[in-house]
Ligand binder design. Sequence first.
Ligand code: 0WE
Length: 264
Amino acid sequence: MGLMSGKKGIIFGVSNQRGIGYAIAKALYDEGADIAFTYAGDVMKSRVTPLAESMSSRLITSCDVTSDADLDRVTAEFKDQYGVCDFIIHAVAFANRTDLEGDFSTVSRAGWNTAMDVSAYSFVAIANRFKPLLGEQASLVALSYLGGERSVPNYNIMGVAKAALEASVRYLAAEFGPLGARVNAISAGPVKTLAAKGISGFDILLKVNAARAPMKRNVTLTEVGNAGLYLCSDLASGVTGEVHHVDCGYHSIATSREDARILG
Ligand code: 0WE
């Protein structure tokens, strides 16, 4: 009996085999979960479909999370196909490339709104629509990053969006708790995924994180996937409103031994 056997849910934001969304989906699938997948656009359709089929998915559908009509349709499709929803994974984020470099204060109103809409509001909009479908011990999980709590060079508007996402996790946890549903976030350390491709300074960021983290390395996709499995499973039945760091301990240090040595 797998940890997720008999549980049905949906994942937003799988992009390819090297992403965090896929890593979580795989960890859930390997424990018996029945997973619906959404993709944004035709390029993603061709990438996500074989991955979803490899997990015998019963629903693979398009979803632009900035479209209320799409969210309504996807919710209806899920209800028709599965009836009850036991878990929701939100692994969606987007900011304009130009807003992920240079000075934070140059962000435009439109750039701010895009990042907040795709990366934070969408989680709340999905949670609201799926609320009537949630099973008795449902679990909602969003993906965050330390840049939502502290400034990280170039993360800029995405940091503001992750702060909003993490606050939304707490408000949703308060609202959904009485229904028996839990709402949490995973704050993953940096991982070299499609979402990180071409981001200026990302390789340096990976080096800095590995050098300073208590575990002296970066987190793996499998580790983030397993954390997603834990939060979705009944092993985490007492956990809600939490931002769970899966980052080899990087968030927990202020000054590393290396910093002290270099500057001392
Ligand atoms: O949340 C993220 C990245 C999300 C993301 C990625 C892109 C790349 C392509 C959002 N929007 C876009 N827009 C694009 O056009 N991460 C946690 C990964 C990440 O991104 C960074 C980081 C880290 C870490 C950007 C700057 C600095 C650090």
